[in-house]
Design a protein around this ligand. Sequence first.
Ligand SMILES: CC[C@H](C(=O)O)C(=O)SCCNC(=O)CCNC(=O)[C@H](O)C(C)(C)COP(=O)(O)OP(=O)(O)OC[C@H]1O[C@@H](n2cnc3c(N)ncnc32)[C@H](O)[C@@H]1OP(=O)(O)O
Length: 254
Amino acid sequence: MSQTVLVEKNERGYMKFILHRPEKRNAVSYQLMEEFEAALDQAAQDNDVKVVVITGYGDRAFCSGGDLAEFHSLYTEEESYGMLSKMGAILYKLAVFKKPTIALLNGSAVGGGCEIASACDFRLAKSGVKLGFVQASLGITTGWGGASILLEKIPYQSAMKLLLNGTIYTAEAAKELGFIDEVIQGDLEEWERFVDTILNREVGVLMAYKNLLINKWEETDLKGRMEMESRQCAKLWETDAHHQAVDSFLNKTK
Ligand SMILES: CC[C@H](C(=O)O)C(=O)SCCNC(=O)CCNC(=O)[C@H](O)C(C)(C)COP(=O)(O)OP(=O)(O)OC[C@H]1O[C@@H](n2cnc3c(N)ncnc32)[C@H](O)[C@@H]1OP(=O)(O)O
């Protein structure tokens, strides 16, 4: 099987995770979950790494969320909760990663792809990139804890607009809502300008600031709120509305 998360270490002090399933717009599979968690553990143990950057392979997609084909066989609340809580635990691990993280949206970020981006400290996007928490249009909510994290990071009204609408936004519109920190107009390599200053800081300083946030989330049980989110999504997962929406996508009969 080909690798679904490519890991590149840069001598300037960052490690890049590249979601690598271009034939499925970098959709998250069980294999990608495993490789993603292993990459996080590798970055955590590497003292040369000050920043983790997550991006997608190619120029079409950052991540199209959960693999609808692979997860289509999950039918009941309990079957889906197993998958949702597995990726939810990985997303929590990303959210509380001890060093700064950046989601670099090289292409469309949809569904769980937006949840992965939410779990990062910063979100940068190529101009014109399309993104959306489309779960509501599938008859479910976010299932990996992305809404709980989003509500920690951007104003309530903006978060609820993104979640309840379940529609697609441009990077520019998402920046107005506070979800995207910077829209990159030119070459995507411009993103490094955003991280240059941070890379010049001592790793101890970076970890100390992240630690303040991690402590807050531990005290307010962000992990428990994310688990409740997965449970709520699992209950909606087994509805006819959800299964019909997924069938429509897979049969392209939208
Ligand atoms: C599992 C739950 C999770 C959660 O929130 O907890 C979720 O993420 S739910 C949301 C799941 N994701 C989606 O509904 C997005 C589905 N994909 C799309 O809307 C589009 O593919 C898009 C906008 C990402 C890209 O559109 P584009 O026109 O560039 O590409 P195509 O639609 O033609 O897709 C190309 C190719 O990839 C397959 N594909 C794309 N996304 C997925 C996916 N999420 N799961 C499985 N397969 C996916 C698509 O079927 C095409 O395959 P092909 O064999 O070439 O027809």
